[in-house]
Design a protein around this ligand. Structure first.
Ligand code: C2E
Ligand code: CA
Ligand code: CA
Length: 593
């Protein structure tokens, strides 16, 4: 039977459930409240009890040993049912309690004063009470104090539970709750070192792909299944809580000496699968990351950030688990800062500039083109090599901005060259991600036509043969560029693994031989043979062959003999800033006249 119900049954059940859910940190605060009640009222025993339909649960107590009783036996039910403060100065003098088991037997309650704990919705959930084995008088002022304390306890509990501390899908405590638990740990004075382990077992892009075809229902099933599976597999000790910190991402907060380490968790979860419903299971691959810390040593958000950093290291490195490392975290932060700086440099057009390296015809010795190479004069770090920042930009959306910036400057350079009566094509380096985006060739053609320049004057240098061939969008992009009349060069041929059979499937004009392929031909017979046969094969296939990284006359001489068409390298010229390029060109073209 439900008694004292001001709210509906459901709301009461929910409020009671929240209060009865295990929460070490909340109950620790409640214990402080009851101690305060005893001290403030001068009554040695005190407790907070929660009453459901059948039982009284003692949630926090001070000098009081009872943990549970039937609702019927609870003195507190009188306060709850009457929704008012109940004071019994001497139970033995009160006819209601003559045969009461908690009075004639342990804990021998002789004095009792209890104030109801009533929430904002008017639902009475339990009581705050003071009690003793001896009788007491209790003044009106004491009653007021008890009521005030009960109101304080209730405000605390409402604040604690109102913030939405559970994940609506998995039902597990959520990230806000984790932050709060970490914050509480920091101020609790508990010095036991802790460990926070993050667990990522669901490839979210794949899960959303799944949601696209099957709807969100199966994905939510999967998340719920994971939440059930985790404690079953990992068998946490009491007090080791699981959290849902993001969709598909879980956390467990443990003591540092707990067996639940990132490594162990990853091992235990290896090869698991989760249920989408209707008996469809998907295999999950788990990554974990952990951080250890002394409570109070780090702000809560920082502990979580470090665990995330470790987890991302594990994911990026393709390993099951990773501990937080200051060094790799610092590197990542540096990279991140650098990319922020690059974004500003691009938007404000400051610090970035292009160097141009001439390409020489091996037969005539004349310049046949220029390669634009990006440079960055960083406000703090000075001149930065593109090898340092281009690969980072390639992982972000900044890449297309960088490419647009480079092509705009290269087109400006072409315009200036034309205005001085020089017709030399300029090539720019682009990654396959650039031209895989549909509109790349059109946009580039538009830029050239606005500058009133033929597309043949702008060349594209690309890398990553295999990734282009395997990506239909990139292949289409490349073909579009070729159709629009842009020259296409394949960069770094011969560096690493080069599959010649791929070449013919790509629309290419120039093959650039990588420096590593030719830098030993003047001293090593085998290198000579390899370079010679590659050049002759590429010539048979009708490509223009350009050798990169020529640093001496002997190499240039040998390459000319092998039939190589063009060359580029320090032997002819280093990549030059604008002003030096003008000087170099006027010297070179004059001396050739
Ligand atoms: P890459 O396209 O293979 O460029 C040739 C690199 O070799 C350049 O390095 C150049 O300075 C260097 N080099 C030229 N001749 C010689 C030589 O004789 N000896 C030696 N040891 N090195 C020589 P850099 O400028 O540091 O560029 C490095 C890489 O960064 C480039 O390799 C290219 O892949 C990339 N990169 C440069 N600019 C851009 C750009 O605007 N966009 C993109 N996506 N990548 C770029
Ligand atoms: Ca290049
Ligand atoms: Ca190259």
């Amino acid at each position: 039977m439900l008694m004292n119900l001001n709210g509906d049954e459901d709301r009461r059940a929910r409020a009671l459930k929240a209060l009865r859910s295990p929460d070490e940190y909340r109950d620790d605060v409640l214990r402080k409240f009851v101690r305060l009640a005893s001290q403030a009222l001068g009554i040695p025993g005190s407790f907070i009890s929660v009453l459901d339909d059948e039982h009284q649960h003692v949630q926090a107590a001070h000098n009081f040993t009872l943990t549970q009783s039937s609702r019927e036996d609870a003195l507190c039910r009188h306060a709850v049912d009457s929704d008012s403060t109940v004071v019994v100065p001497d139970t033995l003098l009160d006819a209601r309690f003559e045969t009461h088991p908690l009075i004639i037997g342990a804990p021998h309650i002789r004095f009792y004063a209890g104030a109801p704990l009533k929430n904002k919705e008017g639902i009475v959930l339990g009581t705050l009470c003071v009690t003793d084995t001896a009788p007491h008088s209790f003044s009106a002022e004491q009653v007021t104090t008890l009521k005030l304390l009960a109101a304080l306890v209730m405000s605390f509990l409402e604040a604690w539970h109102s913030a939405g501390f559970a994940d609506p899908v998995t039902g597990l405590p959520n990230r806000q709750r984790l932050i709060r638990d970490l914050q509480y740990l920091a101020v609790s004075g508990d010095q036991t070192p802790r460990r926070l382990v993050l667990i990522d077992c669901i490839n979210m892009p794949r899960a959303y792909e799944l949601a696209r075809s099957m709807g969100m229902g199966p994905v939510e099933n999967l998340l719920r299944d994971m939440a059930t599976l985790l404690p079953l597999r990992l068998r946490p000790a009491p007090g080791e809580l699981f959290y849902t910190v993001a969709t598909g991402r879980f956390a467990v907060l443990t003591r540092d000496d707990s067996p639940l380490s990132a490594d162990w968790v990853a091992q235990r979860l290896e090869g698991i699968s989760a249920d989408l419903g209707d008996g469809i299971a998907v295999a999950l691959s788990t990554h974990t990351g952990e951080v250890t810390f002394n409570p109070g040593e780090l702000p809560a958000q920082e502990s979580l950030r470090r665990a995330v950093s470790a987890l991302h290291e594990a994911i990026a490195g393709g390993v099951p688990s990773m501990r937080f490392s200051q060094a790799s975290d610092a590197r990542h932060t540096q990279d991140f800062t650098l990319m922020n700086n690059l974004a500003s440099a691009l938007r404000q057009n400051t610090g970035l500039w292009l160097a141009y390296q001439p390409k020489i015809c091996l037969h005539s010795g004349l310049p046949v083109g220029l390669e634009a190479l990006v440079r960055w004069r960083h406000p703090l770090h000075g001149e930065l090599s593109p090898a340092l920042f281009v690969p980072l930009a390639e992982k972000t959306e900044l890449l297309s901005e960088l490419t647009a910036w480079v092509t705009d400057r290269a087109i400006d350079r072409l315009t200036r060259l034309r205005n001085s009566g020089i017709q030399l094509p300029v090539t720019v380096n682009v990654s396959s991600r650039d031209f895989a985006s549909g509109d790349f060739a059109n946009a580039l053609e538009m830029k050239m036509s606005r500058a009133k320049l033929p597309t043949s004057l702008l060349g594209i240098e690309c890398l990553e043969t295999e990734s282009i061939i395997e990506n239909p969008a990139a292949m289409r992009g490349l073909e579009m560029l070729r159709l629009r009349g842009f020259g296409i060069s394949l960069d770094d041929f011969g560096a690493g693994y080069s599959n010649v059979s791929y070449l013919k499937r790509m629309p290419l004009d120039v093959i650039k031989l990588d420096r590593t392929l030719i830098n030993e031909i003047s001293s090593d017979t085998a290198s000579r043979i390899i370079a010679r046969s590659i050049i002759s094969m590429l010539k048979d296939l009708d490509y223009t062959v350009l050798a990169e990284g020529i640093e001496d006359a002997a190499t240039a001489q040998a390459l000319t003999e092998y039939g190589c068409d063009q060359a580029q390298g320090f032997f002819y010229s280093r990549p030059l800033p604008e002003a030096e390029l003008d000087e170099w060109l006027s010297w070179k073209l004059r001396s050739q006249c």
